[in-house]
Design a binder for this molecule. Structure first.
Ligand code: PGA
Length: 253
């Protein structure tokens, strides 16, 4: 049976009550026609209640862009996995390079967050990827395997069951320089093989998606690739026309 393509929108720090009202209502009304897609909208924390209010009962799910690595307690400014769960949060983006760079997020922090997401039965969208310098040096596979190892070392490979890994080369994010379908194919296959083979686990559900300057034009070629389970969309996801077009392409691929 053909798997549903996964479409995750990373809305980043965009939106407002009024923007979201229109955006979410439009998605609720227009996106029912997509039968072959699993769609998740990752909003800023304060708007999760609004997503729940508008999207509950539809096939569209919502999620967050981060989570605390702690269970609860004296962690000013943090939001726990249990709190997210109260809003029926399904997806949690974890390890996004914008956070690792600006907020000094270590691989160990990311591993602990990943574990909390799984503990509360949500779906992690783990971002891995190399910088341009690392790609030019030809060490992208080494970089990505060490990002994966940081989680496996502490929690074992089985934790990747029911998870999503997003290959997001840092040079492709926000740059209008998406990776080529060949590069995406190669890295997605590498990630899948690395998690499956090196750890000899028998997963039932592990999805590898691509993120970095996905738009309605490059989506056509990207979705032609067999190895791609879906996409993580930043800027283009807050433009409803672009977003609809990418979803239509995925639906018909
Ligand atoms: P972009 O962002 O699509 O705007 O490049 C992708 C991401 O950061 O997840």
């Amino acid at each position: 049976m053909k798997k549903n393509k996964i479409i995750i929108a990373n809305m980043k720090m965009n939106g407002s009550l009024s923007f979201n009202e229109t955006y979410l209502t439009t998605i609720k009304d227009k996106f029912n026609k997509f039968k072959n897609l699993s769609i998740g909208l990752c909003l800023p924390y304060p708007y999760l209640f609004q997503a729940k209010k508008i999207l509950a009962g539809t096939k569209i799910r919502w999620g967050s862009q981060n989570v605390a690595k702690f269970e609860n307690g004296a962690h000013t400014g943090e939001v726990s996995a249990a709190m997210l769960k109260e809003f029926d949060n399904k997806y949690v983006i974890v390890g996004h390079s914008e956070r690792s760079t600006a907020y000094c997020e270590s691989d160990e922090n990311i591993a602990d967050k990943f574990e909390k997401i799984k503990k509360y039965k949500m779906t992690p969208v783990l971002c891995v990827g190399e910088t341009l310098i690392e790609r030019e040096a030809g060490i992208m596979e080494r970089v990505i395997s060490s990002q994966i190892d940081a989680i496996v070392k502490i929690y074992g490979a089985e934790i990747f069951e029911d998870s999503i890994v997003a290959y997001e080369p840092i040079w492709a994010i926000g740059s209008d320089m998406a990776a080529t379908p060949e590069q995406v194919n190669k890295m997605c296959n590498f990630i899948k093989d690395y998690i499956y083979k090196d750890y000899k686990s028998d997963f039932l559900n592990l999805n590898i998606i691509y993120g970095g300057s996905v738009n309605s034009k490059n989506a056509v070629q990207l979705f032609a690739s067999e190895s791609l389970d879906g996409v993580l969309i930043g800027r283009a996801s807050v433009n409803i026309d672009e977003f609809t077009q990418i979803c239509s392409t995925a639906e018909n691929s």
